[in-house]
Design a protein around this ligand. Structure first.
Ligand code: AVJ
Length: 325
């Protein structure tokens, strides 16, 4: 079994657990209620996301996989040109590690570091990677990297490359995305030489909205499961049957928004607090920003990456960037 470091104690006495309670309470008590999308990812949520990636409507995963299948040899050569023939591959939001497993034979990393907030799900996935690549040095890390990229000492400092696929950067507001990219571009902080980044591109509204409101209702279940996670984390009493999934493309802000909308007037309670929701009132659960290839290349340059390369599919629906420090 691979080495595994959990920086995310889940008992209610821990400092991080108190931060989680405060963060959730603040979002739920705000006039415009919100919960961060990182709270989708409990064990069931990680499984539901895996199911989403298999849906016809959810084009990002298969489109990105197609780009990697077509270009991973080129990508490996590009990294080698930067002296990164056997990198330390740091997989941010690794989930089931499926994307990395396809890439590892090409990039031949010396060390593989899957990082995810969903600790137990990641532990299983890292075990599967180890089974498939028995000689690979793997260090699994359970952490909320949105709070900072400081990695444990077991992660080698040499030849680090960040791998941030799936358009997960889209969950940050553009200003925060820039700040996060700056951390990765700053050798003092992330200590990395470069970044392989997957970004979903702006396209017609119907295609975008279908991807986040599929016919089977898997994304609706994924969204509502956030309430079950909040119930567990806060000891709250959300009734998922009283909520409806809403997904829409906000063109002015270039982002998909997901919300949970109250079907009737209701009150939710948790220790020390309660919140009244009117019928039709919403909790904002996710923003997924969509970029153009040009705006993302500009953002990478602005963050301090000197060299930027891009691969896309034929429809220009998705892009993979190599950005070097
Ligand atoms: C994991 C953030 C990339 O925004 O497409 C999928 C999450 N939410 N369906 C995305 C998600 C609803 C996904 N990311």
């Amino acid at each position: 079994t691979p080495r595994f470091i959990n920086l995310r104690p889940q008992d209610s006495s821990g400092q991080q657990a108190r931060t989680v309670t405060g963060e959730l309470t603040e979002g739920l008590m705000a006039d415009a209620a919100s919960v961060s999308p990182k709270f989708f990812y409990n064990p069931l949520g990680s499984r539901l996301f895996e199911a989403i990636t298999a849906l016809d409507e959810y084009y990002p995963t298969r489109t990105e996989a197609g780009i990697f299948a077509a270009a991973s040899a080129q990508m490996a050569r590009t990294l080698a040109e930067h002296g990164l023939s056997h990198p330390c591959l740091i997989d941010l939001g690794a989930g089931n590690c499926a994307k990395a497993m396809a890439l590892i034979p090409h990039l031949q990393p010396r060390q593989y570091v899957p990082v995810d907030i969903s600790v137990d799900f990641l532990r299983d996935a890292a075990g599967q990677v180890q089974h498939r690549f028995p000689a690979l040095d793997i260090v699994g890390v359970g952490m909320d990297f949105s709070a900072g990229l400081a990695l444990p000492d077991a992660v080698q400092e040499r030849d680090r490359v960040f791998f941030y696929p799936g358009s997960s950067l889209g969950n940050f507001q553009p200003a925060q995305a820039l700040a996060f990219l700056r951390q990765m571009a700053d050798p003092a902080l992330g200590k990395a030489h470069g970044l392989l980044l997957g970004i979903d591109l702006v396209k017609d509204t119907a295609t975008l909205e279908a991807a986040y409101d599929d016919a089977l209702g898997v994304t609706a279940a994924f969204n509502k499961n956030l309430l079950l996670n909040v119930n567990a984390l806060l000891a709250a009493d959300f009734d998922v049957r009283q909520w409806r999934h809403v997904a829409l493309f906000n063109a002015a802000q270039s982002r998909i928004e997901m919300h949970l909308q109250a079907l009737c007037g209701l009150t939710v309670s948790w220790p020390g607090h309660s919140r009244r929701f009117l019928a039709g009132e919403r909790i904002h659960t996710e923003s997924s920003y969509k970029y153009t290839a040009e705006t993302m290349a500009a953002l990478l340059k602005q963050a301090g990456f000197r060299q930027v390369r891009r691969w896309s599919d034929q429809q220009d629906w998705f892009a993979v960037f190599w950005a070097a420090v």
